[in-house]
Design a protein around this ligand. Structure first.
Ligand SMILES: [Zn+2]
Length: 479
């Protein structure tokens, strides 16, 4: 049921960051999440509360995760093991017991009251002086120019005036003051950096297969309630798909939801787009035929990160939606067929899309089907068979291995244990990670008096994550 034009996308996923025990706990948690949703279904509630689910999960799991306390919001609690790094806000009020300068290494060593210590290069401290001369306070942006930065700076003296402040007087007598919490959050240890990375980007994902009970929330609650919105976006990030129930059965709802976040992504298919059986369709999605699993818009060099689809009218027969966790299946491919994984994550293939919609377009892009970052983590799937170009810019001997590898991946995508099928009804909206999920649609009967009709919109992950961080701050400060 998903639409789709081209498609693809990506999202940072860091399985390697999860240690084995955490993975096991996440797996158990996920099984329980599924059970919770099943129970909610039994209660015949049109939609169940994501917050309830989260709260329930958290109460069952808190023995394993002592990262946060009950004063956090419910979703936050659930999100804690999944989204909040060990450096959670709670642990941040540690005082400074001692500081010393390691002159040889040009570093400042801070001894914390909890017995731990952190090292800060002097050049970084000077570069990140927070005073009004060095930071434009109204923009919260560094005004100190690199040309003025002495990268070999020493210090004149260092003072701890109170347990939560350290002052550094530089050789030119400029004075910088640093807050203990601020420093601790920027500790350079591997663990602290990992925690900060997780807090900022929520890269840890919950993998799933056909057992997934799609997390569901109320459209109206998400619009009106910050905690509900935070729960929704956290789940969208962690799980990759969230269903919203109860949207009005009229156009304009995907735009309204986009405004709740920030702004939607304009593409050649318009600000929003209508997924319907269209005469002379300019996209395979605008027909009533099967749509094979794909990501949207890999023909763009930067495919949209998030997609909303709102069902205004469903077909009488057919039109079911299919989704697969592309990251999970990439992981399966890596284990079962490392050569195919290596091929799809290294060979660059061409995508194209040509036509007229919002305006005329002739776009070309190049992507790896499985995009990995420098650490080998899968960050985006770029695959839409409809817009994969006949231009294939590969040495001829790579062509056959490319097809063999792609076929191996697509075969895995379609394994019944990986596929989730559902049917949207009018008023339902699905929101999903287009960098991670592949989606498809089963053929439907095109009845002129009862046209299947979805309205869709795209957003960029930058915009969605921005809202998530702001909501998290608001909800925490409210708690
Ligand atoms: Zn300064």
């Amino acid at each position: 049921m998903w639409i789709s034009r081209d498609g693809s996308s990506c999202a940072p996923f860091h399985p390697a960051l999860l240690d084995v025990s955490l993975r096991k706990v996440l797996a158990r948690m996920w099984t329980r999440i599924g059970r919770c949703f099943s129970l909610a279904k039994l209660n015949h509630k049109g939609c169940w509360s994501l917050q309830q689910l989260v709260q329930r999960e958290w109460s069952q799991q808190k023995a394993h995760f002592c990262l946060t306390s009950g004063q956090h919001s419910k979703i936050q609690s659930l999100a804690s093991p999944l989204s909040e790094a060990p450096s959670s806000r709670k642990s941040r009020s540690v005082g400074i017991s001692h500081v010393c300068t390691l002159k040889h290494d040009r570093q400042l060593q801070v001894q914390w009251e909890d017995g731990s210590s952190s090292l800060y290069p002097l050049v970084w401290l000077r570069d990140n002086c927070q005073c009004p001369q060095c930071v434009l306070q109204s923009a919260r942006a560094r005004s100190l120019q690199l040309s003025k930065l002495d990268i070999d700076t020493g210090v004149d003296r260092v003072l701890v005036n109170e347990p939560t402040k350290v002052s550094v007087v530089w050789p030119d007598q400029h004075t910088s003051e640093y807050d203990a919490d601020w420093l601790k959050r920027r500790c350079f240890s591997t663990m602290a950096r990992q925690a900060m990375r997780e807090e900022l980007f929520l890269n840890k994902r919950v993998y799933w297969g056909s057992e997934l009970q799609i997390p569901t929330a109320s459209f109206q609650e998400v619009l009106q309630d910050d905690k509900a919105a935070l729960d929704w976006l956290t789940m969208l990030r962690r799980v990759g798909i969230v269903y919203l129930k109860g949207a009005p059965q009229e156009k304009g709802q995907v735009a309204k939801l986009s405004e709740r976040i920030g702004y939607l992504r304009l593409t050649f298919y318009g600000h929003t787009f209508e997924v319907q059986d269209k005469l002379d369709a300019n996209n395979l999605a605008y027909t009533s035929g099967d749509l094979s699993l794909h990501t949207d818009y890999p023909a763009l060099q930067h495919p949209p990160g998030v997609q909303f689809l709102h069902c205004l009218q469903q077909a009488k027969e057919g039109g079911e939606s299919e989704v697969v966790d592309g990251f999970q299946v990439a992981q399966q491919l890596r284990q079962k067929n490392p050569e195919a994984f290596r091929t799809l994550s290294s060979l660059v293939v061409d995508f194209t899309d040509t036509g007229v919609d919002y305006c005329d377009f002739a776009i070309q892009s190049k992507h790896r089907i499985i995009e990995v970052d420098g650490d080998g983590h899968v960050v985006r799937i770029n695959y839409n068979n409809a817009t994969r170009d006949s231009v294939l810019d590969l040495p001829v001997q790579h062509v056959q291995p490319f097809y063999a590898s792609l076929k191996a991946y697509v075969n895995l995508l379609y394994q019944p244990e990986n596929l989730v099928t559902y049917r949207m009804e009018p008023g339902d909206m699905v929101t999903f990670d287009n960098w991670r999920l592949l989606h498809g649609r089963k053929r439907y009967s095109s009845d002129p008096g009862h046209l299947r009709h979805l309205e869709g919109a795209y957003l960029d992950w930058d915009v969605v994550m921005s809202r998530l961080r702001i909501l998290r701050k608001a909800v925490h400060e409210d708690a």
